[in-house]
Design a protein around this ligand. Structure first.
Ligand code: 5GP
Ligand code: ZN
Length: 113
């Protein structure tokens, strides 16, 4: 989609810090990290949210999820990690290209509840 910022990130029209990429997905650092290493995993196919996600896109996205989690674990050595996904404006979604948040958690005060 031409007016989607995450499609532009996939195409390289908007710069990002890449964490992982394969044929089907792209993962990059969140521009406003909640904790050190906060990353977003997105399908390369434009899908607005989980409600609209074809099964094959879901399969490819979750096939990559442990790779992203382990890359972040190796890079930042967190004590745990939250994965979060907001669907719909009412649920807090602000970018309408599906994204799975990876939020590393640390045993020092990381500012999150
Ligand atoms: P949502 O609130 O939709 O679940 O999350 C959207 C996320 O995208 C936010 O955490 C926000 O910081 C991030 N974000 C928005 N615009 C950009 C951008 O241009 N680049 C990057 N790397 N992250 C972005
Ligand atoms: Zn898009």
């Amino acid at each position: 989609m031409s007016d989607c910022i995450f499609c532009k990130i996939i195409n390289g029209d908007i710069p990002s810090v890449k964490v992982y990429e394969d044929e089907h997905v792209f993962a990059f650092m969140d521009i406003a990290p909640l904790t050190k290493g906060h990353t977003l995993l997105i399908p390369k196919q434009h899908v607005a949210d989980l409600f609209e996600m074809p099964e094959e896109v879901a399969r490819n996205l979750y096939a990559a999820a442990p790779k992203v989690a382990n890359a972040l674990k190796a890079a930042f050595n967190p004590q745990g990690m939250n994965t979060v996904n907001n669907n719909g404006a009412f649920a807090g979604q602000t970018v309408f290209h599906y994204h799975l948040h990876f939020i590393p958690r640390y045993d020092e005060q990381d500012g999150l509840q």
